[in-house]
Design a protein around this ligand. Structure first.
Ligand code: ATP
Ligand code: MG
Length: 420
């Protein structure tokens, strides 16, 4: 204990669990790297206005959840609550879209911040891996992203997740639906705030999780019935492509990501072992976003997967990831001379890529062997004065307990052979 604790709604990633987080990030990134997505890193904070416009003035993220602050220099900034707006801002700023090879495909991984009511799976600091494909309207691109996310989850060994899919229409058909939905919502018994939301962003009301609201929405008009022919064809093609790839999905006519510039393809990955915070990831097409933040028209599609919830999903399914051994060899010196000699061997082994650790702090044999055990090392090498005088070290197999002397000049090669 110190005087301080981690701030409310945050937690520390500590070994050994932190290895699972790294493995999850890596598993999500691998299919992206393999599919032409380049890595992008943007600052942890941005001009607050970018998020106000790029996430949406009427969203909970902007109205309630943003860590906004003014700097000593008078700049209005916010800790990033999500990745898409920043990635698009950076791509536009660097003119990546003018380099002539659209779509620009980017992936990212990092920390995000939302001032939320903390609960299991919902934190104030969390971690996402995301992908954005900027500047192309092609159902195969939407399909690619869904397929890659599915591949990432499957490669982790997850089984109990579902993909929910919908189309939100475009600027032709969405407004007609929006008006019809608004008419319907005006006739309901809703609280002040929800009625206000119905005026600004009626689609978001469909996303209201409260049972009393959901009950009234049973007969709400459904977007699918309003899709124009172009949107219908586009959506049908996305469905066919992901189906042909063997990816199982469910049509969910009520799935919305209620920002005005979200268009057409919308999807969410949900896991059934997580309780209330069941969404492990989500994404969709955002053809209007670039223009919203002052860029040219750039139809784009992307997703973000939550690392924290994915780790919870793994736990819920009892999946143990095959994590690489942390330490293969543990060196235990007994005395000054042995310390120098073994430390040099440790450095040699590490140069060969063999994960090796060392008993620091001049521990006695018993304490050092306890540490060797705890490290999970397959082999320990132990040497005292008498061993060195004979030109050997003791090589102990930690699994069988067998121990035998090996020549000081042979030990590195011997370990290399044994560890294959
Ligand atoms: P929710 O409906 O659960 O609030 P969201 O729609 O706000 O999710 P997105 O903005 O789509 O979530 O973010 C993508 C993913 O990031 C989510 O599916 C989730 O896994 C993760 N995520 C979002 N907010 C949090 C949070 N506060 N804590 C942990 N993970 C989060
Ligand atoms: Mg949220």
């Amino acid at each position: 204990m110190s005087t301080f604790n981690a701030p409310k709604g945050t937690y520390d990633l500590l070994p050994p669990d932190s290895a699972t987080f790294l493995a999850v990030r890596e598993a999500i990134a691998r299919p992206l790297r393999n599919s032409g997505y380049g890595y992008i890193e943007t600052p942890g904070f941005e001009n607050v206005e970018l998020f106000a416009r790029g996430v949406g003035e009427s969203t909970d993220i902007v109205t309630k959840e943003m860590y906004a602050f003014e700097t000593k220099g008078g700049d209005r900034l916010a800790l990033r609550p999500e990745g898409t707006a920043s990635v698009l801002r950076a791509a536009l700023e660097a003119n990546l879209h003018k380099a002539g090879n659209l779509p620009v495909k980017l992936w990212y991984s990092g920390s995000y911040y939302r001032y939320e009511r903390p609960q299991k799976g919902r934190y104030r600091h969390f971690s996402q891996v995301g992908a954005e494909a900027i500047g192309a309207e092609d159902p195969a691109l939407d399909a690619e992203l869904i397929i890659l996310a599915d591949q990432a989850y499957r490669s982790l060994g997850l089984r109990d997740f579902r993909i929910l899919l919908n189309s939100l229409g475009d600027k032709e058909c969405r407004p007609v639906y929006r008006a019809a939905l608004q008419d319907f919502l005006r006739g309901l018994d809703l609280d002040e705030e929800t009625l206000r939301r119905a005026e600004i962003n009626p689609l978001r009301v469909l996303d209201d999780k409260r049972p009393d609201v959901q009950k009234q929405l049973t007969d709400a008009p459904i977007l699918r019935d309003y899709l124009c022919d172009a949107c219908k064809t586009y959506h049908e093609e996305v469905r066919e492509l992901i189906g042909a790839a063997g990816v199982v999905f469910e049509d969910d006519a009520r799935l919305v990501r209620g920002l005005d510039y979200y268009t057409r393809t919308t999807f969410e990955f949900v896991h059934d072992g997580l309780g209330a915070q069941s969404a492990v990831g989500g994404g969709g097409r955002y053809d209007g976003l670039s223009e919203m933040i002052g860029g040219p028209a750039l139809p784009s599609v992307g997703w973000a997967l939550g690392v924290d919830r994915t780790v919870l999903a793994l736990r819920a399914e009892g999946v143990e990831l095959p994590l690489p051994t942390v330490t293969s060899v543990y060196a235990v010196p007994l005395g000054e001379e042995a310390r120098r000699v073994l430390f040099a061997k440790v450095t040699e082994l590490r140069k060969l890529g063999i994960a090796t650790d060392f008993a620091y702090g001049g521990k006695g044999l018993k304490g050092a062997m306890k540490n060797a055990n705890r490290s999970g090392a397959r082999y320990a090498i132990v040497a005292g004065e008498r061993d060195l005088a004979e030109g050997v070290v003791q090589l102990k197999d930690m699994e069988s307990g067998d121990q035998a002397p090996v020549g000081l000049n042979e030990i590195v090669a011997e370990l290399e052979t044994r560890l294959g």
